[in-house]
Design a protein around this ligand. Sequence first.
Ligand code: ADP
Ligand code: MG
Length: 232
Amino acid sequence: MSLELTDVTLTYPDGDARLTALDEVSLTVPAGRLTAVIGPSGSGKSSLLAVAATLIRPDRGRVVIGGTDTAGLGRAALTTLRRTAIGTVFQQPNLLPSLTAAEQLQVTAHLAGRTSRATRARTRERARELLSAVGLEGQAHRRPHQLSGGQRQRVNIARALMNEPAVLLVDEPTSALDHERGAAVLALLRTLTRQRATATVLVTHDPAHLDVADTVAEVRDGRLRPRSVARP
Ligand code: ADP
Ligand code: MG
């Protein structure tokens, strides 16, 4: 299932006028592919992710997730879509301090309505499987303060994949990490995108990260344009 944005324009109120954060942006990301979006601070990268995550409705344009045009959905249907089809990884992991790594993942499944006894057993198994996929097999019982920054971001990524999302949206996931740990997180995103067939959008301001991407797009002043991938 893919993510398709077509001619998306988003404005914010700005005094008496409107600020155009996204200006007729179109972007298609197929399942199993990773698109990197780069651009300077304030260019519209996070706004693009917020629209793709259906957290903000654009002024104009279409957001289609796995074939569903989100314009036709009401609030309840959008909430369900977000919980079942969209995984988000933002800069700060936002883990719940009192929960173990495994519980962070289980809560996410619970919120998506997977609450029956049989489902709970499957959920525990899936949490274990995902934590080992992100290299945390021995850490499932640890709480956030018992994990390093890189490990917390891995829990964050595993949690985003818990409900088997079609779309994975990632906003500067390495900003709190040193270069080596950041590179490991990006390599992991690339592997998981392939394995789990997610349509992944990775926002980054660091051009060093682009080698994990299948496609690179650059946003400047709210306008998106493709960029050729520089491969060594
Ligand atoms: P980036 O993630 O590339 O730094 P953003 O998408 O956060 O850029 O912001 C794009 C533009 O929209 C900036 O000029 C920013 O100041 C403005 N902006 C972002 N969020 C809001 C908001 N909630 N209200 C008003 N203006 C906003
Ligand atoms: Mg941003």
